[in-house]
Write a protein that binds this ligand. Structure first.
Ligand SMILES: Cc1cc2nc3c(=O)[nH]c(=O)nc-3n(C[C@H](O)[C@H](O)[C@H](O)COP(=O)(O)OP(=O)(O)OC[C@H]3O[C@@H](n4cnc5c(N)ncnc54)[C@H](O)[C@@H]3O)c2cc1C
Length: 373
């Protein structure tokens, strides 16, 4: 599989979108500009200066719009190239009753759409959108007064998804929340993943305990005769986690080197393909080698490109050359498309700018090719 053809991923863009993409890549390949932009944003948000005029071009490149309606029209454009869309309501940090209800309503709207629309294969949400961070940090919350309330909220989403036959991805966030999330998702996978995966957990493979956890999940699936659903990612919070471990004086949960993370990621995919009768795989990566390795394993096991248990995904605005090439060869591939009010989506946009700037050589290569087209 050759991912060098940038043109393939640019085909759906209008001329002005192509020009905007070039500008975005120009900016994010300069780490000092990203740092200055981040400081400016903090000040602007604090002083309540309108940020839209300054951030709109980034927002339009990395996000599907401010509401689901706009994402739907994008999904039709992507669908023409066999690229699916996962609408991701990307409000972060809100944790009151009103925002929990708001998120449940939004995820259920996506589930309704996904039930009838072949361009939308999954719904997704962040656990801190439905469970308060304070609760997730508890060491033993079994007797916490809110436990039933949180489970009820998650059940409202998963039971609805089960009725509609729609799969739901649950993102992974900070290390300190994940133990509680693992516990609760295991129960829900047991409840709803009998014949196919409805509930998907996320494993951040930069964590050195995740391969063991994957082995546990596979054994659990075999023993309980269920299908485990797993989204594999490397993990987006490395600097924060390392700093927190240092401050909190506990061992760093993340592998010491990128190579270790890469190996763990690829080993996890290999183990999962080996056990594909028990696990459905969602490979969320922009790493070409990891995509190629999974494809080669699929071929060895003679799994068809469009096997419903196997998915690839990239974030909207990133590595379109991978997404569109996979789609052109009939692999199941989807764009994660964040949406929501521009101000609320800012933490997501900042993460994307930082991530792209830390991969500046790869993005720079993409930029050079785009400029020469
Ligand atoms: C569809 C999709 C969904 C996602 N969902 C989530 C999610 O739910 N939760 C989440 O946390 N992230 C999520 N991410 C982001 C993901 O975790 C990565 O941050 C991002 O995709 C970059 O990793 P990569 O595999 O694409 O590529 P690469 O560029 O090959 O890998 C970069 C990653 O390697 C790891 N890394 C880099 N340097 C080191 C080092 N020195 N030591 C150890 N590890 C290192 C880090 O995880 C870094 O992000 C998602 C990504 C995609 C595409």
């Amino acid at each position: 599989m050759d991912f060098t053809n940038i043109e393939i991923g640019d085909a759906y863009r209008t001329e002005s979108e192509k020009r905007r993409a070039i500008w975005v890549f120009r900016i994010v390949t300069k780490p000092f500009l990203v740092r200055i932009g981040k400081i400016f944003l903090k000040i602007a948000l604090f002083l309540r200066i309108p940020i839209k005029p300054f951030t709109n071009f980034m927002f339009k490149h990395f996000c599907g719009g401010e509401n689901l309606h706009e994402v739907l029209s994008l999904s039709e454009r992507l669908g023409k190239y066999n690229v699916k869309t996962i609408p991701d309501y990307s409000i972060e940090g809100a944790a009151d009753e009103k925002s929990f209800k708001n998120l449940i309503r939004e995820v259920k709207r996506v589930i309704d759409l996904a039930a009838d629309n072949k361009n939308i294969p999954f719904a997704v949400f962040k656990p801190t959108g439905l469970i308060s961070a304070e609760f997730l940090e508890q060491e033993t919350p079994a007797n916490h007064p809110s436990v039933d309330k949180y489970k009820k909220r998650l059940d409202e989403v998963f039971s609805y998804a089960k009725i509609k036959g729609v799969r739901v991805l649950v993102d992974a966030e900070d290390y300190k929340y994940q133990t509680r999330i693992d516990e609760v998702l295991l129960d829900f996978m047991h409840k709803y993943n009998k014949d196919k995966s409805i509930v998907f957990t996320t494993l951040q493979m930069y964590r050195h305990d995740r391969l063991d956890y994957l082995r546990f999940l596979i054994d659990f699936a075999k023993r309980e005769q269920i299908k485990i659903g797993v989204k594999f990612v490397r993990g987006a919070y490395m600097e924060k986690e390392r700093e927190r471990a240092k401050q909190g004086n506990y061992p760093d949960p993340i592998y010491p080197t990128k190579q270790d993370t890469d190996e763990a990621f690829d080993n996890a995919i290999a183990l999962s393909i080996e056990n594909v009768e028990h696990i459905e795989i969602f490979n969320g990566t922009h790493n070409e080698e990891s995509v190629k390795k999974m494809i080669s394993l699929m071929k060895t096991r003679q799994l068809s490109n469009d096997d419903e248990r196997l998915w690839f995904s990239q974030l909207y605005g990133m590595r379109d050359n991978i997404t569109f090439k996979l789609a052109s060869e009939q692999y199941n591939v989807a764009k994660y498309v964040p949406y929501g009010p521009i101000k609320e989506v800012m933490p997501y946009l900042v993460r994307r700018a930082e991530e792209n700037s830390s991969m500046s050589s790869q993005v720079g290569e993409e930029l050079t090719k785009m400029r020469s087209m």
